[in-house]
Design a protein around this ligand. Structure first.
Ligand code: ARG
Length: 296
């Protein structure tokens, strides 16, 4: 049954972002990237600053990692790792063009994360952080098919101690190359911490029939997002439980969010979109050991 009256509550979050100082599209590792279409660096930076300001205006803490010259995709901070229960595991990338990003994020955890976020190092297996690993309450939805591997899921579960933290890992296989990361096809909207109701949204066609069946069974009240909103990377959102930061081009999805009691906050990231990412891709959530604790 669809609930329209659930009270939504924002909780303060801690995010890590990387400015698009060296952002560019000079290679193509996903179908959105076209190296022949130019990027406007000043516009990319202004759009990124607006996203950061939107988080800070709503009381969230944003830390910034230094961008590295020669790493044009480093702006997609979500891929840098996964931080759960105060444990920070850095990414190991699929493509050599991004490999050095895993090292940079690992170093950030060592130099700036400790002691709140204990640095565990990079994974041995291919693991692209919160691009593919999305925490919904006590469930870690784990994408695979294009980037993060099933072997990495097992490594993540073991090294983050998911079972000890009471977190279940649920693998979901992706099938459409445009939706190569789980966070391009699925949004976490409410982790249930305050409302008691977990809410996600997803684009069904991005998943195998088996993954779709898993999602239907576990999240019968999920918002289903259609092809048009998926194709503007509308599902690539950040939610604080109330405010949902998303592409200003995802109109139907924004309406559906309002119906469910959320407040959509439209963001224009048209330049960063050229690399195949949007709001969530630019944002890595840092979760301390006690997630009920204030992170400010
Ligand atoms: N160009 C980047 C890549 O293909 C985009 C990453 C987008 N990030 C994300 N979290 N989906 O790897």
């Amino acid at each position: 049954m669809t609930q329209t009256t659930t009270q939504r509550t924002a909780t303060p979050r801690h995010y890590l972002m990387c400015p698009p100082t060296y952002f560019d599209v000079v290679y193509a590792i996903n179908p959105w990237m076209d190296p022949s279409s130019p990027v406007d660096p000043a516009k990319a930076l202004a759009q990124w600053e607006a996203l950061r300001a939107a988080y800070e205006a709503r009381g969230h803490r944003v830390d910034v990692i230094d961008p590295v010259p020669g790493l044009p995709d480093m702006v997609y901070a979500a891929n840098g790792g996964i931080v759960v229960g105060g444990k920070a595991l850095a990414a190991t990338f699929t493509y050599p063009q991004r490999a050095a990003e895993g090292v940079a994020y690992d170093r950030w955890f060592a130099e700036h994360g400790e002691p709140t976020y204990r640095r565990l190092g990079q994974t041995a297996e291919i693991m692209e952080g919160e691009g593919d690993l999305l925490l919904v309450g006590s469930t870690l939805l784990a994408g695979t098919g294009f980037r993060t591997t099933p072997a990495a899921h097992a490594e993540v579960a073991a090294r983050l101690g998911l079972a000890e933290q009471g977190i279940e890992l649920v693998p979901l296989e992706l099938v459409d190359p445009r939706y190569y990361h789980l966070d391009t096809a699925l949004s976490v909207l409410d982790d249930g911490a305050v409302s008691g109701e977990t809410v996600i949204a997803y684009h069904p066609d991005a998943f195998t029939p088996a993954a779709r069946a898993t999602l239907e069974e576990r999240y019968p009240d999920a918002i289903l997002v259609g092809a048009d909103d998926a194709a503007v990377l509308g599902l690539n959102v950040v939610s604080d439980g109330l405010n949902v930061f998303l592409s200003d081009r995802a109109r139907d999805y924004a309406d559906a969010l309002k119906e469910r009691g959320f407040v959509p906050v439209g963001i224009d990231l048209s330049e960063i979109f050229k690399g195949g990412g949007s709001v969530k891709c630019c944002t890595l959530e840092l979760r301390p050991a006690s997630t009920t604790e204030e992170t400010r």
